[in-house]
Design a protein around this ligand. Structure first.
Ligand code: SAH
Length: 220
């Protein structure tokens, strides 16, 4: 994933990424594969150049169009929750945004599909993936609430914008044993939820509180 020109210097250097990985470890991220993917991914490529020096801080950053790149801990935790137990080969992400979460997933599974409603963000992400030489990502400009029925079922679906309730279309596109990770709004705020499809239904677990932008219908 990391070409020499993406290694970074100073606040974007390998050493800065190493410190980020150490902080994630301290906060409870345990999966060596997930930590390695974050270590190997130049997050500064996924934000505006003016923000590159803040790319490895534990914070969400603006990516334009009123959207944000999720904070590294949230990316790591969602990815870990998706990969825990069972083999995961195909993943659908809803909300490509900067493409950072997608690039992390691409290092851990065989194929990633990602859907984004804002064409300008999708175009930028596409350029980044090409620069990084990532080849196992398929992008689509579409309303993620519909999912991606033409490629279903998926072993995992990760939603990076908060819907009002459980999206039924996405549940139906999960393979048996597959997991849907998403932020859900409840009366106390947003919680990250994992829904696992079983042979006779769905099992739901609440993981932790999170703070995502809302899932919005329609495309621009
Ligand atoms: N995974 C992203 C996070 C982006 S923020 C990253 O790593 O940077 C959430 C994204 O979801 C935004 O880009 C927003 O435009 C997108 N989004 C919101 N509603 C959507 C919908 N219905 N379908 C597809 N994308 C949506």
């Amino acid at each position: 994933m990391m070409r020499p020109e993406h290694q970074g210097i100073g606040m974007t250097s390998r050493r800065t990424r190493e410190r980020l990985v150490q902080r994630l470890c301290d906060k409870g991220i345990r999966s060596p594969a997930v930590l390695e993917a974050l270590r190997n991914t130049p997050r500064h490529i996924f934000v505006d150049e003016a923000l590159a020096s803040r790319a490895y801080e534990e914070t969400a950053l603006p990516i334009g169009h009123g959207q944000t790149i999720s904070q590294p801990y949230t990316v790591a935790r969602m990815t870990e929750a998706l990969l825990e137990g069972g083999a995961v080969e195909t993943v659908l992400e809803i909300g490509t945004g900067s493409g950072y979460q997608c690039a992390i997933l691409a290092q851990l599974v065989r194929r990633v599909y990602s859907v984004e409603r804002i064409a300008a963000l999708l175009d930028q992400a596409r350029v980044r993936f090409r620069e990084l030489g990532v080849r196992n990502i398929r992008l689509k400009h579409s309303d993620g609430g519909i999912g991606l029925p033409e490629y279903a079922p998926f072993d995992g679906i990760l939603v990076t914008a908060a819907p009002a309730g459980l999206p039924q279309n996405l549940l139906q596109q999960l393979a048996v044993g597959g997991k849907l990770i998403l932020p859900i709004q409840n009366n106390k705020g947003q919680v990250m939820v994992r829904v696992t499809r079983t042979s006779d239904g769905f099992r739901q677990e609440s993981l932790q509180s999170v703070n995502f932008v809302p899932l919005i219908g329609g495309m621009i």
